[in-house]
Design a protein around this ligand. Structure first.
Ligand code: ADP
Length: 666
């Protein structure tokens, strides 16, 4: 076996590969950029080599430096992870030339599958069913219109070199085809340096279901079941699961057989994924093959009990696959949620900053793959994924329950994240029923995400939590102030629900201490027994309410509390009942009115301003574009108004909350 391998990647996947290598007794070498000098993957490896500047092009994409790092450390093989150089033929070739093993497929397979047009041709020849379409390169917009009409609307215009959802446009008409052809080619040229596009039928309300394959250098290829990745935002996966709640055994076997046939057609060795879209009648169509380990590989590991990284390393060393197709066993159900540094309440714009608090959940059936720890910085240079949260259960329902509980307990502070949004998805009936499709997010959240709606019963529980927290905090304060004669703490509270300055909803709650860390809580005439070990200063409020476990997060917010659970964050102030009656009469100081400004929601580059001073704009109209983390974010008007003054110019770099423009006050 290899003595030492290098991991040409960063973040969670570098840590993931290091974990398995270590378990196999293989020494590991990390590489890192300037921004990653103290990153977790650097500390996790046995050795680490600095390979350049923070921008990926100056470090993680530098083939020469990585080959050099292998030579200087004596690493015999390289695991590329996903992204960066993982699917670059030139990288595998350079390693080969230097006598270093690439822990991935052969050159031919990477090249053949790297291009969507070529891979679809190859798939069709191998008997794989492909999306009906035209597999030639389209010369111009008029030709695109002709082809779209031959295929029949709706159609998908795609960049042949595409990936990561880039260079892809849905079109329902000739006008959209002309526009889509231009924008897809432009985006493809900018992102991949290759503007070839093709057109295929758009499959309506499809599911994205992919087959994991694994091959060795002895001609064996097996498939390890499927993953359903239909929960996507802008064609990017958000939640993945195995098995798919939709596939029946015959469809699974048919997809598996086609995936294996395709892999065999290119003498595939290592881990690979054959992606399909599946329509409502369970017809399935090949999309593309990814010749690397996928982000979502953990769900396959959970249901097969296999370590895919270990298999990759073993077959790269030349070993035969340790199991045959008949020996593959699928059991239980696994779900992965991608935790991103982004703000779901502000149209998912990326969020960067320091993780002032990072406490992942733990427990039965919970796995967290991450590349960060508390204090780490999520920078603008790389993918803003913080962690992958994976749950496993005997049934899909159990996996969902565990995921929901783990999301409630996952503590991240210092930047915005999408945990609330993920929790809200877990709570949706349609998700629980397994009625998935790639338009799940746009149809379930048609006007974006504004925080989850809690059932009244759950709201009552959160109000009870705030009252108990207040009681404990007040008790501690009373003892601290007068240890010998502490002032009595009241039992009757008024909970003011909702952030100031809006008039809060007032709810009367009684919280009386009971034995064994218990409280008898009465709210709206209903009495519950709440037991908790929570003490002031704890962030996690773990309780049993009438025997039912409940986890919420509790933050101090001024004199109030912010209670976070199931994707909802509720601000509450808890006051003794006699004060409560007065509080309602007191004017609340209004926060500075920032609503007339368009503020930059993140640090980034102002790409363009779409409006001029004096211009009237309608709600939803584009105002400006800010680029951060390689993503362009369109800022739109929240309501109708007139632009008074523009405070920033294109190509300015912006701080968070910097004023871009100002509206007339109405
Ligand atoms: P990329 O390589 O950029 O990720 P893919 O070809 O894998 O692009 O497609 C990404 C997603 O786009 C799919 O999971 C699916 O949701 C959607 N998609 C792609 N092609 C089609 C199609 N022909 N019809 C419907 N949806 C599609």
């Amino acid at each position: 076996m290899f003595q030492k391998i290098l991991i040409a990647n960063r973040g969670e996947i570098a840590c993931r590969v290091i974990r398995t290598a270590r378990a196999m007794g293989i020494k590991t070498v990390a590489v890192y950029s300037e921004a990653d000098a103290t990153a977790l993957h650097v500390r996790a490896a046995d050795e680490a080599v600095a390979i350049g500047g923070s921008a990926a092009a100056e470090s993680y994409l530098r083939i020469d430096r990585i080959v050099e790092a292998c030579k200087s450390t004596g690493a015999e093989a390289v695991h590329p992870g996903y992204g960066f150089l993982s699917e670059r033929e030139a990288f595998a070739r350079a390693l080969d030339a230097a006598g270093i093993v690439f822990i991935g497929p052969n050159l031919h397979a990477i090249a053949a599958m790297g291009d969507k047009i070529e891979s679809k041709k190859l798939a069709a020849a191998a008997g794989v069913s492909t999306v009906p379409g035209y597999l030639g390169v389209i010369p111009d917009a008029e030709a695109a219109v002709g082809i779209a009409n031959d295929i029949g609307y709706p159609v998908m215009i795609k960049a042949s070199a595409g990936g990561g959802g880039k260079g892809m446009r849905l079109s329902r008409s000739d006008a959209e085809t002309r526009e889509g052809f231009r924008s897809a080619s432009n985006e493809a040229r900018a992102s991949f340096g290759d503007d070839r596009v093709f057109i295929e039928k758009y499959i309506v309300e499809p599911r994205h279901i992919e087959i994991q394959v694994m091959g060795d250098a002895h001609g064996n290829v097996i498939y390890l079941g499927e993953r359903e990745c239909s929960i996507q935002r802008r064609h990017q996966k958000v939640i993945e699961e195995a098995p798919s709640p939709f596939l029946d055994p015959p469809t699974r076997a048919a997809m598996g057989a086609q995936a294996v046939a395709l892999a065999q057609a290119v003498q595939y060795r290592s881990a690979g994924t054959v992606e399909f879209i599946v329509d409502r009648e369970r017809n399935f169509y090949f999309l593309e093959m990814n010749t690397r380990l996928q982000v979502e590989h953990p769900v396959t590991e959970e249901v097969t009990g296999l370590d895919l990284v270990e298999l990759m390393i073993r077959v790269a060393w030349g070993e035969k696959l340790p199991l045959t197709q008949d020996q593959v066993r699928l059991g239980g159900s696994a779900i992965e949620a991608r935790i991103y540094a982004e703000d779901p309440l502000r149209n998912f714009i990326p969020s960067i900053g320091r993780l002032t608090r990072y406490r992942p959940p733990a427990g039965p059936g919970i796995r967290v793959d991450t590349g960060v720890d508390e204090g780490a910085e999520i920078s603008m240079f790389y993918d803003p994924m913080i962690a992958k949260l994976v749950s496993f259960g005997a049934s899909r329902a159990e996996a969902i329950e565990r995921m929901a509980g783990a999301l409630d307990a996952f503590q991240i502070r210092g930047l915005n994240h999408n945990i609330g949004f993920l929790a809200a998805i877990m709570g949706r009936e349609r998700f629980r029923d397994g009625r998935l499709s790639t338009d799940f997010i746009p149809t379930e959240f048609p006007d974006g995400f504004h925080g989850a709606d809690l059932a009244p019963e759950t709201q009552d529980l959160l109000v009870s939590i705030a009252a108990v927290a207040q009681y404990r905090a007040a008790t501690r304060d009373a003892r601290a102030g007068q240890p010998l004669h502490p002032v009595p703490v009241p039992h009757d509270w008024t909970v003011l629900v909702g952030p100031p300055p809006r008039a809060p909803r007032e709810i009367r709650v009684e919280a009386r201490p009971a034995p064994d860390e218990g409280f008898v809580v009465t709210l709206d005439g209903r009495t519950r027994l709440l037991e908790t070990g929570w003490q002031p200063g704890d962030f996690l409020f773990e309780a049993r309410i009438d025997g039912q476990a409940l986890t919420a997060q509790l933050d101090r917010k001024g004199i109030g509390w912010s209670v976070i659970q199931q994707g909802a964050a509720i601000e509450m102030r808890v006051v003794a009942r006699h004060t409560g009656r007065l509080a309602g009469l007191m004017p609340v100081k209004a926060a500075a009115d920032l609503s007339k400004f368009l503020l930059s929601p993140m640090p980034g580059l102002l790409v363009s301003v779409a409006v001029a001073e004096g211009q009237e704009v309608k709600a939803g109209e584009e105002l400006a574009v800010v680029e951060a983390m390689k993503m362009e974010n369109v800022l739109r008007a929240e309501r109708d108004g007139t632009v008074k003054k523009i405070h920033a110019a294109a190509r300015d770099s912006l701080a968070v909350d910097q004023i871009i423009l100002e509206f007339e006050t109405t």
